[in-house]
Design a binder for this molecule. Structure first.
Ligand code: ZN
Ligand code: ZN
Length: 247
């Protein structure tokens, strides 16, 4: 830490981005980044562990120890090859995402990003050759919110992992209603034909990593993956910070 930062920290001691408690000297660090979230809040981030579905990453509460395909993925194979998510969408991570998306605390990406990047490193082993694409917002929604939370996360992960970032080719061309409160089938219909590529050649033959903050039923990711696969993408992996337990 340089002298300027030390002085700033004396004047404005950093607080936890979630509960606003002063952080003191006990900081969690990931890839040279201070995670500005206190240990109590981090303890409330519930990690997803095996057994889980290797495609949609849904965790099972079962006696069988091994990962196995869930009923949904067995019945109808998604267009994406796999979802990876470090946390369940509940507790501390849900609070963090709410502050980030709806409270406009964009700097929280500087702490949530490294957590997701560290998971991505373990999950993917190697990142080179992948094209990273954040799930886009419709321009109207982007104007309202002022930022795309998925792009802020993707930018962070791409810089830590050295992946190529593309946030212009995949576009949301239909302003869909929010997915909240919709059932699985309604969600799928709601995002149908919502995405387009400005140039198919960018994705043709490439392996893609789609980045989003939360996955609920996976409908949005699946629709993006459908567009990418139809345009000749090779593998489509999805990286999200949190997923609900029952998608
Ligand atoms: Zn806290
Ligand atoms: Zn599954």
């Amino acid at each position: 830490m340089n002298i300027l930062n030390t002085i700033i920290e004396i004047i404005y001691p950093p607080r936890c981005l979630i509960c606003e408690r002063f952080l003191g000297n006990h900081r969690v660090r990931k890839d040279q980044h201070d995670i500005l979230i206190c240990q109590d809040c981090l303890n409330d981030f519930n990690e997803i562990t095996s057994p889980l579905c290797p495609i949609c990453h849904k965790p099972f509460e079962s006696e069988i120890e091994e990962d196995h395909l869930c009923e949904d993925c067995l019945r109808k194979r998604p267009f994406f090859d796999a979802v990876g998510a470090p946390y369940l969408y509940e507790g501390g991570v849900m609070m963090g995402i709410h502050h980030f998306k709806y409270g406009g605390k964009t700097h929280i990406a500087g702490s949530l990003g490294p957590l997701l990047a560290s998971f991505a490193k373990r999950w993917l082993k190697k990142m080179d050759g992948y094209l990273m694409m954040p799930v886009p917002l419709h321009p109207k929604r982007l104007r309202e919110r002022g930022f795309n939370q998925s792009l802020l996360l993707a930018r962070h992960i791409a810089s830590v992992l050295g992946a190529e970032l593309d946030f212009l080719t995949l576009r949301r061309v239909r302003d869909t209603k929010p997915q909240t409160g919709l059932h699985r089938d309604e969600r799928r219909k709601n995002v149908r034909r919502a995405f387009e590529l400005t140039d198919r050649n960018v994705v043709k033959g490439r392996s893609i990593i789609l980045v989003d903050d939360v996955a609920t039923t996976g409908s949005t990711l699946n629709e993006c993956a459908r567009v990418l696969k139809r345009s000749g993408s090779d593998k489509v992996l999805c990286l999200v910070l949190a997923r609900t337990s029952g998608m």
